[in-house]
Design a protein around this ligand. Structure first.
Ligand SMILES: CC(C)(COP(=O)(O)OP(=O)(O)OC[C@H]1O[C@@H](n2cnc3c(N)ncnc32)[C@H](O)[C@@H]1OP(=O)(O)O)[C@@H](O)C(=O)NCCC(=O)NCCS
Length: 128
């Protein structure tokens, strides 16, 4: 399963692929992973806060609502755990991801200048 996830991650992030071992380490460190053939989301909850670590959808399966569906499943799970706030960081030039998050109720709360190889990171939060 983690090999499939690593292959899918490489298609989504060709410049920074993660090996199956990295996903295994994330799970060991308490991260939760929702994954299907065409999409994955990794997140971590601590007390009443959670962070989205990464999300990706197979390039040929995009704009079909998979990311929104995964966010919905994650949010339902986090609500059950008592989480009240979800945080994430996204590269300022990643328009698809920023549109996804904005459409799903995340608001910009700050910027980390030049965080990703010279590109700003936009910090976002959603209260649930
Ligand atoms: C960002 C990503 C996960 C979106 O996945 P997706 O399954 O295509 O997203 P959805 O189909 O659920 O789209 C939901 C909404 O997000 C926005 N959106 C998604 N892709 C978009 C794009 N290319 N351009 C503009 N808006 C986009 C739209 O508002 C869309 O709603 P609509 O289709 O009704 O207009 C996908 O593009 C991806 O894997 N990108 C590469 C990895 C990445 O950058 N991950 C985010 C790291 S922070």
């Amino acid at each position: 399963m983690l090999d499939n996830l690593a292959n899918l991650h490489k298609l989504c992030f060709p410049d920074k692929p993660w090996a199956a071992e990295e996903f295994a380490d994330l799970k060991k460190s308490g991260c939760e992973i929702i994954a299907s053939q065409n999409g994955f989301i990794v997140y971590r909850a601590v007390a009443d806060e959670a962070e989205i670590i990464t999300i990706g959808v197979h390039p040929e399966a995009r704009r079909g609502g998979i990311a929104v569906a995964m966010l919905g499943i994650m949010e339902a799970d986090l609500k059950k755990q008592g989480v009240k706030h979800i945080f994430l960081e996204v590269a300022a030039d990643n328009s698809p991801a920023r549109a996804l998050y904005e459409q799903n109720g995340f608001v910009k709360i700050g910027v980390r200048p030049k965080y990703y190889d010279g590109i700003d990171a936009v910090m976002m939060r959603k209260d649930i």
